[in-house]
Design a protein around this ligand. Sequence first.
Ligand code: NAD
Length: 489
Amino acid sequence: MTTSTPAFIQGSKKLLIDGQWVDSASGQTIDAVNPANGELLCRIARGNSDDVDRAVAAARRAFEGPWSHYTPHERRKLLLRVHDVIMDNFEDLALIETLDMGAPLARTRGYKEWLSQLLQFYASQTGSATVAATPMSIAPNFTALKHLVPVGVVGGIIPWNGPLMGMWWIYGPALATGCTAVLKPAEDASLTTIRVSELMMEAGVPEGVINLITGYGAEVGQPLAEHHGVDRIAFTGSVVTAQSIVRASAGNLKRLQLELGGKSPDIVFADADLEKAVPGAGMGVFTNTGQVCVAGTRILVQREIHDEFVKRLADFSRTVKIGDGREEGVQIGPLISERQLDRVMHYVELGSRDAELVAGGQRLGGDHAKGYFVEPTVFANAHNNMTIAREEIFGPVATVIPFDTEAEVLELANDTPYGLAGGLWTENLGRAHRVSQGIRSGTVWVNCYGVIDPAVGFGGTKMSGYGGKGGKEHVESFLYPKATYFNIG
Ligand code: NAD
């Protein structure tokens, strides 16, 4: 191991409400466990609907209080202070994330530059709420002003697969626009969000502007989605939970942003450069142990290179170093929990019945038996109608499906209820344009996979949700347009 445990990882963590760290109303806690060895790290507060009520009330007071008078310039300065304090403490944050959710340090440390860009992007967007004057066309004695004003209190509900990045899609635009936030991280990985929230208070975020309630989905997420004091929900997670959030939000017609799962196609044409396509498509599935919403889990390979590609992908998968994320050289860590491990192994069993298992498929034993490790797994000669090609596994499982023609592969690529992402590997420019335009998804990568620019953003269509993250539109979705007409005589 190359690291020591940060001092933050000890004792019981509290909830952040109105600038104070407080116990949950129930006084109960949840164990935060290291998925690499099943050991207890510390305890987090088990919030409930009373805590949600307190946090929403605090967020409302803050929204209507001095925070509403912050100028765009003051919000920009605040975001840049937050940026600096996060960067100064980044090594600890990366380690906390690795301990809490298992991703290797190579990955969590690697977020640093990206997060720096993300925070600077939001700092650059604080002027989005400024006034636009529109020339009047109805009569000469009227003029109008159009403001973009913050929607109010935003509830954020995020999953466990990367909270160090995922939390900023709520805190970032909330601070940029003058909204306030109540964040509910996943019960399986909350520690980074707690430490980041502490650091944000140190950076001078006013009381009540950000609030953090840890706990279970049914006990914190559901009341947040139902709460009439919440104006907007930004949710990232599964389709089933999103459907329940849509229902829960109906009471006060909340604005919703839903970023859900996928079964993204990654297409490899016979003319692709396999030196790039094999590791590119491989890590497009295996990275973060496959716990990535945009993972290119359906690898569609032109039949004439299918066997060659499969052989190379299987060989590549055996080179991927799996282990405790703190160990030098580890590329993928454990799955988040025993529950997730069982789920992935269930799909591996189903896949073994239907398709050809050419690599992986085993849980790691020996020194790794206490953690939730699964080998990178490759199924070949699969069909798009198999369960492993239709359902999101959220584990390091690649399903390779052969195809013959461009027309056929587009049909296969789009034959899924999801529409989050997709990729293609080809040396033919015309084909790259035709096929990328034909894939029905929010993002397509050509000869690369998984790149996300905060200023461009990403989002989904179909059952992958609606309302993107990043980009100007994301910031504007925390605002609503308001027109004021003046009779100027
Ligand atoms: P999940 O839906 O079970 O949980 C996500 C969050 O919702 C957690 O904080 C959970 O506690 C909360 N929650 C659970 N039930 C709730 C309820 N009834 N009301 C309100 N909140 C509730 O998802 P998961 O299994 O933890 O995460 C994996 C899913 O997230 C996958 O489908 C993955 O594709 C998706 N995901 C999507 C993106 C994206 O940006 N599109 C990013 C990461 C993960």
